[in-house]
Ligand binder design. Structure first.
Ligand code: XMP
Length: 511
């Protein structure tokens, strides 16, 4: 059985990073909310448990408690920050409350032998974020590190294989954090680094085959990486019993439908139905200017078409979706704003009346892991590194009414942006880069004549998760090249402006 680490989430902002670091070390990890009973964790048969940090004060009002059963599973336990305080409190140590938080870097001095410290220099920089602290470790524990402000910065009880640190080894600012986590996983727990993308693909293909048997699955393809990876994985598992539907809503970028056709039908031989519904979408969008109305119309029309097309397939039992791990973590920290912001990201939602079981092969993965799976599956670079593209497509980048003519102008301008971003190597450096067609005309001069034509805004942003973003400092020469090409090559445009707003208070898209 492959190695598995269970992380108990007490609400820290960086719990996901613990899971990331453990996986980067090649060990599979899962995050569970702190109210998960120890019995349930036992049934998951983990080889180690990590207790995360959190904002509460042990014993305080509504503070999450430690299920002591977690210490009886017979597997090593690592407590981080609040996790350390919980351990100290539960096992008879002494805590001190504090009204102020220590936040930021600190100099850690190792004061005792501990396997966590193998290969770590005696003094090293760590990252702190805590209020309360441990004054005296529980009986049987040794203090193994201190900082100028903390006498007990780490404690260990090797006999019971329980270890705890007050700082955050999972954040990059902790210089030796990776070494410490690897020491925990490989030296203390004796785990094997067996979480690789090829083993993942093998397992998912095998499981899907067993689950589906000779029944049928449908899958809505958006052209993005998540749904494409789902489709290619399931195709490996069940071949033609996977029925993919790609809805051409008339709001796609230049060449997108052809690209999907070439990759998935010509190269990979998927059972893919490309439905040209552009007329239906465009006629319903006629005269509509309000962005939220556009979104609703597009969402409903998508569901309607997906429903119609799936009825043409005999006896479907499953629906495949590209849900990712951050969307499913039932944790304290996932109840934050990210949950709300994600809601508009799914490809239109599902027909509710369809009685289908879900297959979500990417439920365990973070986005960067999906990219690794895509590479493992042999998908082309252009797919692996594709920037996010909104479900309502170009309709929310043609400000105001969406007409065929205005879409054509934007599509051409956008294609130039994509081409130049790729050619200059900037495509992969930024989060998203695209053109927006503004709902106004301005005066220009071309040759001897006065023009009165459209304005294109160039929007390029840096971001890590789309929740916040900053405008990308593209080289001026690149902006000049894009602007020059758009004005020269796209009939009907005589001006290009560069958007220099950050999110918040602006958003990435203009609508
Ligand atoms: P905003 O404009 O809210 O965008 O800063 C954040 C990220 O979400 C994408 N986005 C959408 N994606 N349906 C989607 O599937 C939508 O309606 C939608 N609106 C924005 C946007 O491209 C950016 O990556």
């Amino acid at each position: 059985m492959p190695s598995k680490v269970i992380i108990i989430d007490y609400g820290s902002q960086v719990t996901q990073l613990i899971a990331r670091r453990v996986r980067e070390a090649g060990v599979y990890s899962e995050i569970h909310a702190c109210d998960v009973p120890a019995e349930k964790v036992k049934a998951m048969r983990p080889q180690a448990v990590i207790l995360s940090g959190g904002p509460a004060s042990v014993g305080g009002k509504d503070a999450p408690a430690l299920d002591k059963g977690l210490l009886e599973l017979g597997v090593p336990v690592l407590g981080i920050c609040y996790g350390m305080q919980l351990l100290a409190d539960a096992l008879g140590g002494q805590l001190a409350r504090s009204e102020t938080r220590e936040y930021g870097p600190a100099e850690l001095t190792l004061t005792g032998d501990c396997q966590l410290w193998d290969g770590v220099p005696e003094a090293t920089r760590v990252w702190m974020s805590h209020g309360d602290k441990v004054m005296a470790p529980p009986a049987g524990f040794e203090t193994v590190a201190r900082t100028p402000t903390l006498d007990v910065a780490a404690m260990a009880c090797p006999e019971r294989r329980i270890f705890a640190v007050q700082f955050h080894p999972e954040v990059h600012h902790t210089e030796e954090g990776e070494t410490m986590l690897r020491n925990f996983l490989f030296k203390i727990c004796g785990l094997a680094p067996d979480w690789t993308m090829s083993s993942f693909v093998e397992r998912v293909v095998r499981e899907a085959r067993e689950k589906v048997g000779d029944r049928h699955v449908i899958c809505a393809l958006s052209g993005g990486i998540d749904s494409t990876v789902v489709a290619v994985l399931l195709h490996r598992a069940i071949g033609k019993n996977l029925h993919c539907i790609f809805v051409d809503n008339g709001l796609l970028r230049q060449g997108e439908v052809e690209e999907v056709r070439r990759l998935l039908i010509d190269n990979l031989d998927l059972n893919l139905n490309i439905v040209d519904a552009s007329e239906r979408f465009l006629s319903r969008l006629q005269g509509v200017e309000d962005p939220e109305k556009k979104r609703k119309i597009i969402g409903h029309t998508f569901i309607e078409i997906f429903d119609e097309e799936s009825k043409k397939i005999e006896q479907v039992d499953f629906l495949a979706q590209g849900t990712l791990y951050p969307d499913v973590i039932e944790s304290v920290s996932s109840k934050g704003p990210s949950a709300v912001i994600k809601s508009h990201h799914n490809v239109g939602g599902l027909p509710e009346n369809m009685k289908l079981s879900l297959i979500e092969p990417l439920r365990e993965l973070f986005k960067d892991e999906v990219r690794k799976v895509a590479v493992e599956l042999g998908l082309p670079e252009s797919m692996v590194w594709r920037q996010p593209f909104p479900g309502p497509g170009l309709s929310i980048r043609v400000l105001g009414e969406v007409t065929k003519e205005r879409l054509a102008i934007l599509r051409r301008a956008d294609a130039i942006v994509q081409e130049e971003m790729r050619a200059s190597g900037w495509y992969r450096k930024v989060w998203q880069g695209f053109a927006v067609l503004l709902p106004l005309k301005t005066v220009g001069v071309m040759g001897d004549g006065r023009t009165y034509e459209h304005v294109i805004a160039l929007r390029v942003v840096d971001s890590v998760d789309a929740m916040t973003a900053d405008w990308s400092r593209l080289p001026c020469d690149l902006v000049a090249k894009i602007s020059g090409r758009i004005i020269n090559e796209v009939a009907g445009v005589n001006r290009v402006v560069y958007d220099v707003s950050s999110k918040p208070p602006s958003t990435i898209e203009w609508e």
